[in-house]
Design a protein around this ligand. Structure first.
Ligand code: AMP
Ligand code: MG
Length: 491
């Protein structure tokens, strides 16, 4: 048991006040010799934490779970989930421990959670630990998503534990500190719904409304308003993913938050050549979570949330089902509107034109047919000269014709070509976490203990929209010999 304590900030733990059946209280199992690898000082400051005054050795003990910060009430939460469509009635934080909540400088409560901090009652056959590679992967990609302006959990720290974990072989163990708006998932509701524990569903809904949807409190049906709020945030979130070619890879209901943040960066990756069927995850054999399927899957997951909330929505079950179904149907128009608005911004259009949808569709069809890099295609369109785009698509005839229609459409806009190009460069990234660079950076860190490639990539991804001379290799897709086709779950 760890008893030593250190103050890093003020905790206000709301989740720990929920009934006992929501979690198990426990302290992390100590690690042998923690070493602080990464600390996100900017985020620490945003959270109002006093990490700047604490020596790295002491921080390593805090962010490995060896020493509890003053005010923490460590717990592992329970949840259920549909994994690849199959319901698992009990999952839970199998290798994560929530320390508690702190209020950030903007007044928002944020969860601090250790991931890889040892076994919990929900570990099933797992060891409760995390290997360095997946920890660095989550650190890098969640921070890259944030820099892209996409709602996401954040990375506060990464610590080497000094212990080995057994995966395909022995790997250095690590603990990551995750910061989230909260960790309540669709699966959290499913857990209590499966047990017909209405009081718990009500308590959880109230908690989520208070924390994330306070406006729902005054609605005729707060739980319906909650459902509608989550649907809207998730529809907009998935549209944001689609704009940057993000493939989450494991959109199980336990990996979908009520807050509307991206969570769980196991096998995720960014698409290079545009293809809606793109899948990277080694365990997604049937492409359930392919790039183009993400909106439909999100809606499917939200229907599971709706089912759990039905008993709260109206005492008349038929009426509750009707209201919940209507909310779920609304996902499609909300998503499509967000998608279209995002695509218009990517193409530099401020105004709306009836033919936009068709013009966008024709571009995507051509990118798919020509196997063109999704990120670079939009970035090259952002140049004020069309040659860069035509060179990228290798002078494809249909795309050359499309470009003429695109230019005619742009000419009808009031903005000048220069302003349009600048606006496009603010939404079309030049640097995304390309898989081959991610894998190379992780390999150097894990196999050679060299963090330099990781730090370099991390720094580049912090400013994804600003092109820097000399970084061409980070903007380009992988060459034939460098391509990474598969990613593995972060266990
Ligand atoms: P994920 O696919 O990362 O969302 O994980 C699914 C479930 O497996 C969650 O309940 C995790 O807490 C649990 N889990 C994943 N890896 C481990 C591990 N090494 N030890 C214990 N539980 C784990
Ligand atoms: Mg998960």
């Amino acid at each position: 048991m760890t008893q030593a304590k250190l103050s890093i900030g003020t905790f206000e733990n709301g989740f720990a006040r929920l009934p006992d059946r929501f979690f198990s209280r426990l302290v992390p199992e100590p690690v042998s010799s923690p070493r602080l690898l990464l600390l996100n000082a900017v985020l620490a400051e945003e959270l109002g934490l006093s990490t700047g005054n604490v020596p790295p050795d002491a921080l390593a003990h805090v962010f490995s779970g060896n020493v509890m910060p003053e005010g923490a009430e460590p717990l592992a939460s329970v949840y259920a989930g549909h994994q690849f469509g199959n319901f698992v009635p009990q999952l839970g934080d199998g290798r994560a421990i929530l320390l508690g909540e702190v209020r950030d400088l903007k007044g928002r409560l944020r969860d601090l959670q250790l991931k890889g901090s040892g076994p919990t009652p929900y570990s099933r056959r797992g060891d409760g630990r995390a290997a360095l590679g997946p920890v660095l992967r989550e650190y890098l990609i969640s921070e890259a998503m944030h820099a892209l302006g996409i709602p996401t959990t954040r990375a506060l720290a990464a610590v080497l534990t000094g212990d080995q974990v057994l995966r395909e072989g022995y790997r250095p163990g690590a603990v990551m500190t995750r910061v989230a708006a909260s960790h309540v998932r669709v699966g959290s509701f499913e857990y209590f719904a499966a047990r017909e524990d209405l009081a718990a569903i009500k308590a959880l809904a109230d908690y989520v409304i208070d924390r994330h949807y306070p406006e729902a409190r005054d609605a005729a049906s707060p739980s319906l308003a909650l459902l509608q709020g989550v649907i809207e945030r998730q529809a907009k979130l998935i549209a944001r993913w689609m704009m940057v070619g993000f493939v989450h890879g494991v959109m199980n209901t336990d990996n979908m938050t009520l807050s509307g943040e991206t969570i769980d960066f196991g096998p995720c990756a960014f698409m290079d050549a545009y293809d809606p069927r793109t899948v990277f995850s080694s365990i997604d054999q049937f492409g359930r979570y392919a790039y183009g399927r993400q909106p439909g899957i999100a809606q499917w997951n939200l229907a599971r949330l709706a089912e759990a909330l039905v008993p709260l929505i109206d005492r008349d079950e038929a009426k509750a089902v009707e209201l919940a179904s209507a909310a779920i149907s609304d996902f499609a128009p909300i998503y499509h509107e967000a998608w279209l608005a995002g695509m218009r911004a990517k193409l530099g259009w401020v105004e709306e034109d009836e033919g936009d949808r068709a013009l966008i569709g024709d571009l995507l069809d051509s990118l798919e047919r020509t196997g063109t890099d999704f990120t670079l295609a939009f970035r090259r369109l952002s140049e004020t000269h069309a040659e860069a785009f035509l060179a990228l698509v290798k002078q494809d005839e249909l795309l050359a014709e499309w470009l003429i229609r695109y230019q005619a459409r742009c000419a009808r806009e009031k903005t000048s070509p220069e302003d349009r190009a600048n606006a496009m460069r603010r939404v079309n990234p030049i640097y995304i976490p390309r898989n081959h660079h991610v894998e190379a950076a992780l390999a150097a860190a894990v196999e050679e203990g060299d963090l330099a490639p990781f730090n370099r990539l991390h720094a580049i991804l912090a400013s994804p929209f600003v092109e820097v001379a000399g970084l061409e290799a980070y903007a380009e897709p992988a060459g034939p010999s460098e391509r990474v086709f598969q990613t593995f779950c972060g266990t």
